[in-house]
Design a protein around this ligand. Structure first.
Ligand code: CP
Length: 319
Protein backbone atom coordinates (compact mmCIF):
# COMPACT_ATOMS: atom_id res chain seq x y z
CA UNK A 1 0.00 0.00 0.00
CA UNK A 2 1.27 3.54 -0.74
CA UNK A 3 2.47 5.72 2.13
CA UNK A 4 -0.05 8.57 1.73
CA UNK A 5 -2.77 8.54 4.34
CA UNK A 6 -6.44 9.20 3.75
CA UNK A 7 -8.05 11.00 6.69
CA UNK A 8 -11.42 12.04 5.30
CA UNK A 9 -14.67 10.84 6.79
CA UNK A 10 -16.50 11.83 3.59
CA UNK A 11 -15.73 11.58 -0.10
CA UNK A 12 -17.48 14.55 -1.69
CA UNK A 13 -15.35 15.23 -4.78
CA UNK A 14 -11.88 15.03 -6.29
CA UNK A 15 -11.35 18.79 -6.33
CA UNK A 16 -10.12 18.86 -2.72
CA UNK A 17 -8.12 15.64 -2.82
CA UNK A 18 -4.34 15.70 -3.11
CA UNK A 19 -2.44 13.58 -5.60
CA UNK A 20 -1.20 11.45 -2.68
CA UNK A 21 -4.74 10.81 -1.42
CA UNK A 22 -5.88 9.76 -4.89
CA UNK A 23 -2.87 7.47 -5.28
CA UNK A 24 -3.64 5.94 -1.89
CA UNK A 25 -7.22 5.18 -2.97
CA UNK A 26 -6.05 3.65 -6.26
CA UNK A 27 -3.40 1.52 -4.53
CA UNK A 28 -5.96 0.32 -1.97
CA UNK A 29 -8.31 -0.51 -4.87
CA UNK A 30 -5.56 -2.68 -6.40
CA UNK A 31 -5.48 -4.76 -3.21
CA UNK A 32 -9.25 -5.13 -3.28
CA UNK A 33 -9.14 -6.11 -6.95
CA UNK A 34 -7.06 -9.07 -5.88
CA UNK A 35 -9.82 -9.99 -3.37
CA UNK A 36 -12.43 -9.87 -6.15
CA UNK A 37 -10.32 -12.33 -8.16
CA UNK A 38 -10.45 -14.95 -5.40
CA UNK A 39 -12.90 -17.80 -5.24
CA UNK A 40 -14.37 -16.34 -2.02
CA UNK A 41 -14.70 -12.66 -2.92
CA UNK A 42 -15.27 -11.32 0.56
CA UNK A 43 -13.31 -9.71 3.40
CA UNK A 44 -14.57 -8.70 6.87
CA UNK A 45 -13.43 -5.05 6.64
CA UNK A 46 -16.88 -3.50 7.18
CA UNK A 47 -18.41 -6.21 9.36
CA UNK A 48 -21.04 -4.61 11.60
CA UNK A 49 -21.14 -1.40 9.53
CA UNK A 50 -24.53 -0.39 8.11
CA UNK A 51 -24.58 1.44 4.79
CA UNK A 52 -27.55 3.04 3.04
CA UNK A 53 -27.40 3.61 -0.71
CA UNK A 54 -29.64 6.64 -1.13
CA UNK A 55 -30.52 7.34 -4.76
CA UNK A 56 -32.67 10.31 -5.72
CA UNK A 57 -31.79 9.86 -9.43
CA UNK A 58 -31.75 6.77 -11.66
CA UNK A 59 -28.61 4.64 -11.74
CA UNK A 60 -27.58 1.19 -12.91
CA UNK A 61 -23.79 0.96 -12.69
CA UNK A 62 -23.04 3.13 -9.64
CA UNK A 63 -25.80 1.71 -7.51
CA UNK A 64 -25.05 -1.95 -8.26
CA UNK A 65 -21.34 -1.33 -7.97
CA UNK A 66 -21.63 0.28 -4.53
CA UNK A 67 -23.94 -2.47 -3.30
CA UNK A 68 -21.58 -5.17 -4.49
CA UNK A 69 -18.54 -3.36 -3.05
CA UNK A 70 -20.25 -3.00 0.36
CA UNK A 71 -21.29 -6.67 0.38
CA UNK A 72 -17.78 -7.79 -0.59
CA UNK A 73 -16.59 -5.85 2.49
CA UNK A 74 -19.20 -7.66 4.65
CA UNK A 75 -21.18 -4.45 5.31
CA UNK A 76 -24.92 -4.53 6.08
CA UNK A 77 -26.57 -2.84 3.10
CA UNK A 78 -29.93 -1.14 2.72
CA UNK A 79 -31.15 0.65 -0.39
CA UNK A 80 -33.36 3.71 -0.67
CA UNK A 81 -34.77 5.28 -3.81
CA UNK A 82 -36.78 8.48 -3.86
CA UNK A 83 -39.56 6.99 -5.98
CA UNK A 84 -42.11 5.30 -3.75
CA UNK A 85 -40.67 6.95 -0.61
CA UNK A 86 -41.95 9.74 1.62
CA UNK A 87 -39.95 12.22 -0.47
CA UNK A 88 -43.06 12.42 -2.67
CA UNK A 89 -44.93 13.61 0.45
CA UNK A 90 -42.63 16.62 0.74
CA UNK A 91 -39.99 15.34 3.16
CA UNK A 92 -36.67 17.21 2.94
CA UNK A 93 -33.33 15.58 2.13
CA UNK A 94 -32.04 16.34 5.63
CA UNK A 95 -35.11 14.82 7.32
CA UNK A 96 -35.03 11.76 5.08
CA UNK A 97 -31.40 11.03 5.85
CA UNK A 98 -31.66 11.85 9.57
CA UNK A 99 -34.50 9.33 9.77
CA UNK A 100 -32.36 6.75 8.00
CA UNK A 101 -29.51 7.63 10.36
CA UNK A 102 -31.79 7.12 13.37
CA UNK A 103 -31.85 3.44 12.41
CA UNK A 104 -28.11 3.33 13.25
CA UNK A 105 -26.85 3.76 9.71
CA UNK A 106 -23.11 4.48 9.66
CA UNK A 107 -22.52 5.43 6.04
CA UNK A 108 -24.68 7.12 3.41
CA UNK A 109 -23.94 6.84 -0.31
CA UNK A 110 -25.88 9.63 -2.00
CA UNK A 111 -26.86 10.34 -5.59
CA UNK A 112 -28.85 13.54 -5.95
CA UNK A 113 -29.86 15.92 -8.74
CA UNK A 114 -28.77 18.98 -6.75
CA UNK A 115 -25.11 19.98 -6.97
CA UNK A 116 -23.72 20.17 -3.43
CA UNK A 117 -26.34 17.89 -1.83
CA UNK A 118 -23.66 15.50 -0.40
CA UNK A 119 -21.70 18.47 1.01
CA UNK A 120 -24.86 19.73 2.69
CA UNK A 121 -25.57 16.30 4.10
CA UNK A 122 -22.03 15.86 5.39
CA UNK A 123 -22.48 19.03 7.46
CA UNK A 124 -25.78 17.83 8.91
CA UNK A 125 -25.42 14.14 9.74
CA UNK A 126 -22.98 12.06 11.78
CA UNK A 127 -22.67 9.28 9.19
CA UNK A 128 -19.87 9.10 6.62
CA UNK A 129 -21.11 10.51 3.30
CA UNK A 130 -19.98 9.35 -0.14
CA UNK A 131 -21.01 11.28 -3.23
CA UNK A 132 -22.38 8.95 -5.91
CA UNK A 133 -23.00 11.85 -8.34
CA UNK A 134 -24.51 15.26 -7.56
CA UNK A 135 -26.09 17.42 -10.25
CA UNK A 136 -23.48 18.91 -12.59
CA UNK A 137 -20.89 19.02 -9.80
CA UNK A 138 -18.90 15.79 -9.31
CA UNK A 139 -19.00 12.01 -9.60
CA UNK A 140 -15.83 11.22 -7.65
CA UNK A 141 -15.96 7.42 -7.67
CA UNK A 142 -16.49 7.48 -11.47
CA UNK A 143 -13.46 9.77 -11.77
CA UNK A 144 -11.42 7.43 -9.57
CA UNK A 145 -12.37 4.30 -11.49
CA UNK A 146 -11.50 6.09 -14.72
CA UNK A 147 -8.08 7.07 -13.31
CA UNK A 148 -7.59 3.50 -12.09
CA UNK A 149 -8.38 2.09 -15.56
CA UNK A 150 -6.11 4.60 -17.34
CA UNK A 151 -3.23 3.91 -14.96
CA UNK A 152 -3.70 0.14 -15.35
CA UNK A 153 -3.40 0.40 -19.15
CA UNK A 154 -0.92 3.22 -19.63
CA UNK A 155 1.24 2.55 -16.57
CA UNK A 156 1.04 6.17 -15.36
CA UNK A 157 -1.16 9.24 -15.24
CA UNK A 158 1.62 11.86 -15.34
CA UNK A 159 1.67 13.61 -18.68
CA UNK A 160 -1.09 11.42 -20.15
CA UNK A 161 -2.91 13.05 -23.09
CA UNK A 162 -6.65 12.71 -22.49
CA UNK A 163 -9.54 13.98 -24.63
CA UNK A 164 -13.00 14.32 -23.05
CA UNK A 165 -15.73 14.52 -25.68
CA UNK A 166 -19.33 15.64 -25.38
CA UNK A 167 -21.64 17.59 -23.12
CA UNK A 168 -19.02 19.05 -20.79
CA UNK A 169 -21.38 21.68 -19.36
CA UNK A 170 -23.73 19.17 -17.75
CA UNK A 171 -21.20 16.47 -16.93
CA UNK A 172 -20.18 15.68 -13.36
CA UNK A 173 -18.03 12.87 -14.81
CA UNK A 174 -16.03 15.41 -16.84
CA UNK A 175 -15.47 17.61 -13.79
CA UNK A 176 -14.23 14.77 -11.58
CA UNK A 177 -11.93 13.53 -14.33
CA UNK A 178 -10.52 17.02 -14.90
CA UNK A 179 -9.83 17.56 -11.19
CA UNK A 180 -8.26 14.12 -10.87
CA UNK A 181 -6.18 14.22 -14.05
CA UNK A 182 -4.83 17.72 -13.40
CA UNK A 183 -3.42 16.54 -10.04
CA UNK A 184 -1.13 14.28 -12.07
CA UNK A 185 -0.14 16.85 -14.68
CA UNK A 186 -2.12 15.15 -17.45
CA UNK A 187 -2.84 17.13 -20.63
CA UNK A 188 -6.61 17.36 -20.91
CA UNK A 189 -8.43 18.51 -24.05
CA UNK A 190 -12.19 19.10 -24.00
CA UNK A 191 -14.20 18.68 -27.18
CA UNK A 192 -17.84 19.53 -27.75
CA UNK A 193 -20.30 22.01 -29.18
CA UNK A 194 -19.92 25.61 -28.03
CA UNK A 195 -23.36 25.44 -26.40
CA UNK A 196 -22.29 22.51 -24.19
CA UNK A 197 -18.90 23.95 -23.19
CA UNK A 198 -18.78 25.94 -19.91
CA UNK A 199 -17.46 29.47 -20.29
CA UNK A 200 -13.96 29.98 -18.80
CA UNK A 201 -13.38 26.22 -18.37
CA UNK A 202 -9.77 26.81 -19.56
CA UNK A 203 -9.02 28.28 -16.15
CA UNK A 204 -8.93 24.67 -14.88
CA UNK A 205 -5.82 24.19 -17.02
CA UNK A 206 -7.50 22.36 -19.91
CA UNK A 207 -7.48 22.99 -23.67
CA UNK A 208 -10.75 23.44 -25.56
CA UNK A 209 -11.49 22.61 -29.18
CA UNK A 210 -14.64 22.06 -31.19
CA UNK A 211 -13.01 19.60 -33.61
CA UNK A 212 -12.78 15.97 -32.52
CA UNK A 213 -10.02 15.18 -35.07
CA UNK A 214 -7.84 17.90 -33.58
CA UNK A 215 -8.41 16.60 -30.03
CA UNK A 216 -7.52 13.03 -30.98
CA UNK A 217 -4.18 13.96 -32.56
CA UNK A 218 -1.47 12.35 -30.42
CA UNK A 219 -4.04 11.35 -27.80
CA UNK A 220 -3.62 8.42 -25.35
CA UNK A 221 -7.14 8.17 -23.95
CA UNK A 222 -10.55 9.38 -25.08
CA UNK A 223 -13.40 9.60 -22.58
CA UNK A 224 -16.69 9.89 -24.45
CA UNK A 225 -19.53 11.32 -22.39
CA UNK A 226 -23.17 10.38 -22.60
CA UNK A 227 -25.18 12.88 -24.61
CA UNK A 228 -27.93 13.77 -22.20
CA UNK A 229 -30.81 13.43 -24.66
CA UNK A 230 -33.08 15.37 -22.33
CA UNK A 231 -30.94 18.45 -23.20
CA UNK A 232 -32.23 18.35 -26.75
CA UNK A 233 -35.49 19.87 -25.62
CA UNK A 234 -33.61 22.75 -24.02
CA UNK A 235 -32.30 23.99 -27.39
CA UNK A 236 -28.63 23.24 -26.71
CA UNK A 237 -28.29 21.27 -29.96
CA UNK A 238 -29.87 21.64 -33.40
CA UNK A 239 -30.27 17.84 -33.81
CA UNK A 240 -28.90 14.53 -32.55
CA UNK A 241 -27.93 13.63 -36.13
CA UNK A 242 -25.77 16.71 -36.46
CA UNK A 243 -24.16 16.04 -33.08
CA UNK A 244 -23.38 12.43 -34.09
CA UNK A 245 -21.80 13.60 -37.35
CA UNK A 246 -19.59 16.22 -35.70
CA UNK A 247 -18.75 14.66 -32.34
CA UNK A 248 -19.57 10.94 -32.57
CA UNK A 249 -16.54 8.64 -32.17
CA UNK A 250 -16.26 6.37 -35.21
CA UNK A 251 -13.92 3.62 -36.31
CA UNK A 252 -11.96 6.00 -38.55
CA UNK A 253 -11.01 8.04 -35.43
CA UNK A 254 -9.73 4.96 -33.63
CA UNK A 255 -7.84 3.75 -36.72
CA UNK A 256 -6.11 7.13 -37.07
CA UNK A 257 -4.98 7.29 -33.42
CA UNK A 258 -2.48 4.55 -32.51
CA UNK A 259 -2.87 2.89 -29.07
CA UNK A 260 -5.97 4.89 -28.22
CA UNK A 261 -7.86 3.76 -25.11
CA UNK A 262 -11.62 4.28 -25.49
CA UNK A 263 -13.67 4.94 -22.35
CA UNK A 264 -17.28 5.81 -21.57
CA UNK A 265 -18.97 6.06 -18.14
CA UNK A 266 -22.25 4.62 -19.48
CA UNK A 267 -25.03 4.41 -20.32
CA UNK A 268 -24.08 4.65 -24.01
CA UNK A 269 -26.30 6.08 -26.73
CA UNK A 270 -24.98 3.83 -29.50
CA UNK A 271 -24.71 5.56 -32.85
CA UNK A 272 -24.92 8.99 -31.20
CA UNK A 273 -21.79 9.65 -29.14
CA UNK A 274 -20.07 6.44 -30.24
CA UNK A 275 -20.49 3.81 -32.97
CA UNK A 276 -21.23 0.27 -31.79
CA UNK A 277 -18.07 -1.01 -33.54
CA UNK A 278 -16.00 1.28 -31.32
CA UNK A 279 -17.93 0.56 -28.13
CA UNK A 280 -17.43 -3.17 -28.64
CA UNK A 281 -14.02 -2.97 -30.32
CA UNK A 282 -10.58 -3.95 -29.01
CA UNK A 283 -9.67 -0.40 -27.94
CA UNK A 284 -12.74 -0.14 -25.70
CA UNK A 285 -12.31 -0.70 -21.94
CA UNK A 286 -15.87 0.26 -21.05
CA UNK A 287 -16.75 -2.98 -19.28
CA UNK A 288 -13.37 -3.02 -17.58
CA UNK A 289 -14.23 0.40 -16.15
CA UNK A 290 -17.37 -1.16 -14.67
CA UNK A 291 -15.39 -4.07 -13.20
CA UNK A 292 -12.78 -1.72 -11.71
CA UNK A 293 -15.57 0.36 -10.19
CA UNK A 294 -16.28 -2.34 -7.61
CA UNK A 295 -12.67 -2.43 -6.36
CA UNK A 296 -12.47 1.38 -6.31
CA UNK A 297 -15.71 1.68 -4.34
CA UNK A 298 -14.52 -1.01 -1.91
CA UNK A 299 -11.43 1.14 -1.35
CA UNK A 300 -13.46 4.32 -0.84
CA UNK A 301 -15.94 2.73 1.60
CA UNK A 302 -13.10 1.11 3.55
CA UNK A 303 -10.97 4.26 3.73
CA UNK A 304 -13.72 6.69 4.78
CA UNK A 305 -14.88 4.29 7.47
CA UNK A 306 -11.32 3.85 8.70
CA UNK A 307 -10.85 7.64 8.72
CA UNK A 308 -14.08 8.17 10.66
CA UNK A 309 -12.46 6.47 13.63
CA UNK A 310 -15.90 5.17 14.56
CA UNK A 311 -14.78 1.62 15.12
CA UNK A 312 -11.86 -0.71 15.13
CA UNK A 313 -11.62 -1.51 11.45
CA UNK A 314 -9.89 -4.81 10.81
CA UNK A 315 -7.26 -4.65 8.07
CA UNK A 316 -8.62 -6.23 4.90
CA UNK A 317 -7.16 -9.65 4.39
CA UNK A 318 -5.43 -8.53 1.21
CA UNK A 319 -3.67 -5.50 2.70
N1 CP B 1 -21.64 5.96 -14.85
C1 CP B 1 -22.78 6.11 -14.15
O1 CP B 1 -22.87 6.94 -13.24
O2 CP B 1 -23.78 5.26 -14.53
P1 CP B 1 -25.17 5.13 -13.76
O3 CP B 1 -25.93 6.42 -13.96
O4 CP B 1 -25.86 3.94 -14.38
O5 CP B 1 -24.88 4.93 -12.30
Amino acid sequence: MSEGAFRRKHLLGLEDLSREEIEHILDTASSFKEVIGRQVKKVPSLRGVTICNTFFEPSTRTRLSFELAEKRLSGDVINFSASGSSVSKGETLKDTVRNIEAMAVDMVVLRHGASGAPNYLARNVDACVINAGDGFHEHPTQGLLDLYTMRAHKGKLDGLRVAIVGDIAHSRVARSNIWGLKKFGANVTLVGPQTLMPRDIERLGVRVTHRIDEALEACDVVIVLRLQLERMESGFLPSIREYALKFGLGQHHVRNTPNLLVMHPGPINRGVEMDSEVADGPESVILEQVANGVAVRMAVCFLVWQASGAANVPEPVAL
